[in-house]
Design a protein around this ligand. Sequence first.
Ligand code: ADP
Ligand code: MG
Length: 543
Amino acid sequence: MTTHAFQADVSSVLELVVHSLYSNRDIFLRELISNGADALDKLRFAALGNDALYAGDSDLAIRITPKEEEKPLVIEDNGVGMSAEELAKNLGTIAHSGTKELIERLTKEGKSGKPDLIGQFGVGFYSAFLVADRVVVESRPAGEAGANRWSSNGRDGYSLEACEKEGRGTKITLHLKDDAAEYLDDYRLRNLVKTWSDFVAHPIRLVTEDENEGVKLEQINQATALWTRSKSDVTEEQYKAFYQNLTNDYEAPLATLHARVEGTWEFSALLFIPKNAPFDLFDPNARRGLRLFVRRVFIMDDVGDLLPPWLRFVRGVVDSDDLPLNVSREILQDSKAVSAIKKQLTKKVLDLLDDLAATKPEDFKSFFATYGVVLKEGAGTDADYRDRIAKLLQYATTADVGTTSLEGYKGRMKEGQKSIYYLYGADRTTKADSPYLEALVKRGYEVLLMSDPVDEWVVEALGNFQGAPFENAQKAKIDEAEEASKAAEGKLAPLLTRAKEVLGDLVREVRASARLVDSPACLALPEHAVPAYMEALLRANGR
Ligand code: ADP
Ligand code: MG
């Protein structure tokens, strides 16, 4: 037997898990079941190319055995199993690169809050220590004879040794804490499985022993993939549980999309928009994407080709009828079926967002606050969807309506107003008294107030919205103003000459203007000037 220290991060995560999730400790069961189901999926996938891996046992299932007397709870699967190296790597380290950051954030924000953050890191297995003071994992990889035993109290590292195990797969023995004996109660177990794991696509069997009847095996979940059911047969609660199983999120999803698409390319999809953005939403190296199945067989995780990058926050499952089972990531990249699915899904997600905006404006607002910047990326880069995305954009505005969509703005445009005015640079409070706005607002024009660094770039990419061009308030020409300024110029001529003398090369020209109402002067950009943000950028680069 050898003993090993946990990687430093594991100890911190374990401590955090136990502290922050204590009131939520039921989750350990669904985490271990979901690992078992993943292991069964992986075996089934591997066996597609190598039938021998089944070794006569193709009845894939998860078994839960409560042992009332000695108190352990046993959860086992006949899936792929783990080698000694895999036990050490999977259960003794944390692969996720963002873990350090997580620990820092959680320590800062306090251990009591933020269970949703913890979930993002897939600390799934470690949740076993919420209910157990010793966890023993015995595992035998499919296709091999030897097995290994991993054992830990969750504090002092773990030990690893060879052991005997009948059949492939993983057997987890939880030596329950004194105050966790409730999890030996079969009624309680049935209930938890019903709530959290009913639609896990493999049978979950409860093993009970009865003095008269002996050992009994009873399937306690429905074991059909949720997305294969028709919408009307699925409850909100089931969607939520499915989502939480998939993502480890502790919140309900903000929106759910369940669709079956028929036609040349047939597939089912069950997609979700999480309430909270993942911590690595802007990390270009983050693994992300949808979980791909082909005719109910799990193929792979994090498939990024099924949605455009500006919908990368969408989570969920796609089940294709057309792809080959032996599909690889390379094949996916230039598969006709995949690009057809991508197109359909993109359209459906945009429909979902339109619908959210129309029917649940509050939810849409919070959606946009969380993911608006990512959508703007799409408006800037993806010409195919620019117009659809533009309809979803929300901006602060001088009109008294909170934030507005571009359609909302257009609806309020004054008679004869041709452009959509915007001012880039700050928010409502600081902009309320900007001299650039004076003339426009005075005439009853509404001005969008943009503050996001990408806003000006997006406006340039869009050019116009449904025929109305965007016009920078800093450059805006106002017809009446032109005439008035001509008239005023005569009277002001001596002052203008003097101002130009004093300012010299700092300004191109000094002009009289009627655009101002209360302020005596302002800096304005000539019509074809470099936008302010570009100028700041050029200056920052020393040009
Ligand atoms: P996640 O499931 O998000 O990857 P977990 O902490 O739940 O994170 O599990 C860590 C890893 O340990 C899994 O990715 C898997 O490789 C391995 N693992 C856990 N449980 C099992 C199991 N029952 N059978 C095979 N491998 C497992
Ligand atoms: Mg897991």
